[in-house]
Structures are given as structure tokens and as C-alpha cells.
Design a protein around this ligand. Structure first.
Ligand SMILES: [Zn+2]
Ligand SMILES: [Zn+2]
Length: 391
């Protein structure tokens, strides 16, 4: 791959091995003990001030050069997923049921590779803050770090993070100003009816029929209550009720996933889902308990920071390697919380096409080591541009 930083070239093999080592030893959210030890050891070795203890396993590395007062924060996630790996690779997960299926092994390695070169070979003027975060997958490690005061203890003027994306050409960098990743909320619903004999439904209130009606009614929210211009998704991913064909159960449970790309739509979805579930249940003489949990917020890239980050990529790689206005994703990402606190940008790096296009969270997915140096190189360029001497 062209445009490799000359200081990264000699450590490429070492970094591929490191990535594969992390891959073979995946750890789930808030349990990244071995991974965070490895990260902290390296950072200390390269002269970073290292802080631990936030959000269980987070590692913060700080390096100051020159007299600049600006502070740049770069974040990588470290956690794996509860998936049984099916890649058959020689460095496949050694822990059955756990797998780096989202490429966080690669994100951690890219930031470490950049950390080494930035400490040893690259001038900059200001403070570089490296944030190695636990528990991105569903457990909101970013929110916990913020709640535990990471940004007060370790202030940053701007924050950036990068995620690999299968299906895009290997090493291509992709940017989008504004809303980029969807919010993800979860709703737990219990419909209480009145159970009884399956042959005498008139003496019961059947919660299964109430759920069926709720599920169909929910489909009208996206089509009738939200503008066709706005993205929204309501998915009933789980429904559980009853055990026998001739028994009407007392209650039925549903789990619903809700996605949107802006807060107005998100609020509208929440209000309408609650209203509709209660109204439907009421119409049948049943009742419903609705637990609406607002999980990951919409990820919004700061326009000015995104323009800056895009320009750094364009100056380095040229227009054919940079996508300046990619479409938003319906997936979600907990870096959204960091971007609610500080301006910054979340960008993607193409993981490759063809055999490298297997989607993240698939048991056959693997991070593409060919893009390690591109990602690391970008962090170096971004750091030099953001922490440029202002004299
Ligand atoms: Zn993921
Ligand atoms: Zn991920």
C-alpha cells in the first residue's frame, strides 16, 4: 500500500504480529485486562505518562512535546464480542465464544503503532492524549469513562476515532460531517393478559394476539409518523410467550430495537411507540409495561473538525483514496458520547473488498492487516496537523 510513513515501515511486521496476538486473546467489555496491560506496557516503554483505573480497564496515555497548549485526543476501542470464531485462521481466537469480530484488535494496534512513531520519530507541538477504551460493544464504555470524569481529569480540545469498514477499498478513508451513525434504543415490553384454556379464548385476554396487533401497528410509525426523508428503524427482534398450543398464557414479552439519525425523530419514535403499545393493549382489555432504554445516541461529527480531518487525508492521499461524503450508517457507536462532549470526528477506514468484505460481527470476519500502517499513518498526519507549531 502506497504512502507508508517511513518510520512505520520498519515496525510493520511487528505490528501485524501484535494485532494477531490481540486477536488470538479476545476479551469482552470491562474485562480487557490482558489487552490493557499490553497497551499500558508499550506506552510506558515509549515515554508516555500512563493512567489507569477509569472504567475498569481504560488506559490513557499522555505525551507532551514543545510548548503548544492544544490537546488532541485519539481514541481506540479494545473489546471483543461474544461470538464463536469461524475463520479457521492460524491466529484465531483461543477463547471459545469470544472473538475480535469488529476489528477493535486492529484499532488498538493502529493507535499503538502511531503512538510509537509519534513518541520516537515525529515532532509535534502540544499534548497528545491516547484513549484506549473498554466496552464499546453494547456496554457503553465511553459513557462510563465520561461519567467517571475522564474529560475533566484528562482534558482534550478535540477528539477523533476511526473504525474499519468492510466493503470499502482497503485503506480508503471516509468522512461525513454531521449525523453519521444512528442512535440505538431498546424497548422491553411485557403485555399482561389473562390466561386460560386454549379452547375457551372468550374467557381469556390473549396477550399473544395483543402482541400481534402491536407488532403490526408499530410498522405504521416509520411509514406514517416519520418523514420519508428521515431514516428510522423499528425492529421487533424477540417475542416470547406460552409453551403449549392449547394454553393461552398470562403474559407475553417483546424486545424492540429503535434507530434514528436525529434527536427529533428519536423522540418522536419513543413517544409514538409508548402511546401505541398502551393504546393497543387497552383496546383488547390487556395492559402493557414498557421499559424504554435510551442507549447509544446519534453520532454527530462536528462540521469544522470533519473538514479539517478530511483535508489532512486529502493532502496526504489525494482525492482517489478519500471519500468526503459517505452515507450515514444505521449501526451505532459509543464514541457518540465523546462527540457530545467535545468537537471531533469519527471516520472510517476501508477494510477491503472481495474476500475482505465480510461484515463486522460475522464469525468469518477478520481485520485486514494491510491497512494497519495506513490507519497509523493517518493518526500521525492528523496529530502533526492539529498540534502544528503556531509560532
Ligand atoms: Zn461492533
Ligand atoms: Zn466496532
Amino acid at each position: 500500500m502506497p504512502h507508508i510513513d517511513p518510520h512505520l515501515q520498519p515496525i510493520e511486521t511487528q505490528m501485524r504480529q501484535l494485532r494477531q496476538r490481540i486477536h488470538a486473546h479476545p476479551e469482552l467489555g470491562y474485562e480487557e485486562y490482558v489487552t490493557s496491560d499490553l497497551v499500558a506496557e508499550r506506552l510506558l516503554q515509549w515515554g508516555y505518562e500512563v493512567h489507569r483505573g477509569i472504567a475498569e480497564t481504560a488506559v490513557i496515555g499522555t505525551l507532551k512535546k514543545g510548548t503548544g497548549t492544544r490537546v488532541l485526543g485519539l481514541r481506540a476501542d479494545m473489546d471483543a464480542l461474544p461470538i464463536l470464531e469461524k475463520t479457521g485462521l492460524p491466529y484465531a481466537s483461543q477463547v471459545p465464544g469470544k472473538m475480535h469480530a469488529c476489528g477493535h484488535d486492529g484499532h488498538t494496534t493502529m493507535l499503538l503503532a502511531a503512538a510509537k512513531v509519534l513518541a520516537q520519530d515525529t515532532p509535534f507541538d502540544g499534548t497528545l492524549r491516547l484513549i484506549f477504551q473498554p466496552a464499546e460493544e453494547g456496554l457503553a464504555g465511553a459513557r462510563r469513562m465520561i461519567q467517571e470524569g475522564v474529560l475533566e481529569q484528562f482534558p482534550c480540545d478535540a477528539l477523533f476515532a476511526m473504525h474499519n469498514m468492510p466493503g470499502y477499498p482497503a485503506g480508503t478513508l471516509g468522512f461525513r460531517p454531521g449525523a453519521f451513525m444512528a442512535s440505538a434504543d431498546q424497548v422491553k415490553v411485557t403485555v399482561h393478559g389473562h390466561g386460560g384454556h386454549g379452547a375457551m379464548p372468550h374467557q381469556c385476554v390473549d396477550p399473544v394476539v395483543v402482541c400481534a396487533s402491536i407488532i403490526m401497528a408499530l410498522q405504521t410509525i416509520v411509514s406514517r409518523n416519520v418523514s420519508p426523508q428521515d431514516m428510522s428503524v423499528i425492529t421487533v427482534g424477540a417475542i416470547t410467550a406460552g409453551k403449549a398450543s392449547n394454553v393461552i398464557p398470562d403474559s407475553a414479552d417483546m424486545l424492540i430495537s429503535v434507530r434514528a439519525l436525529n434527536d427529533t425523530v428519536r423522540e418522536r419514535l419513543e413517544a409514538q411507540i409508548k402511546h401505541l403499545i398502551h393504546a393497543q393493549a387497552d383496546a383488547f382489555g390487556a395492559s402493557a409495561e414498557v421499559h424504554y432504554s435510551a442507549d447509544y445516541p446519534v453520532l454527530v461529527n462536528d462540521p469544522a473538525m470533519t473538514e479539517f480531518a478530511t483535508q489532512v487525508a486529502l493532502d496526504w492521499l489525494g482525492a482517489d483514496q478519500v471519500l468526503t461524503d459517505i452515507a450515514p450508517f444505521n449501526g451505532s457507536e459509543d464514541f457518540a458520547w465523546f462527540l457530545r462532549e467535545r468537537p471531533g470526528c469519527y471516520l472510517i477506514i476501508g477494510n477491503g473488498e472481495g474476500e475482505k468484505s465480510c461484515m463486522i460481527h460475522d464469525p468469518r470476519y477478520d481485520f485486514n492487516d494491510d491497512i494497519l500502517m495506513r490507519g497509523a499513518g493517518y493518526w500521525i498526519k492528523l496529530t502533526q496537523a492539529y498540534l502544528a507549531s503556531r509560532t
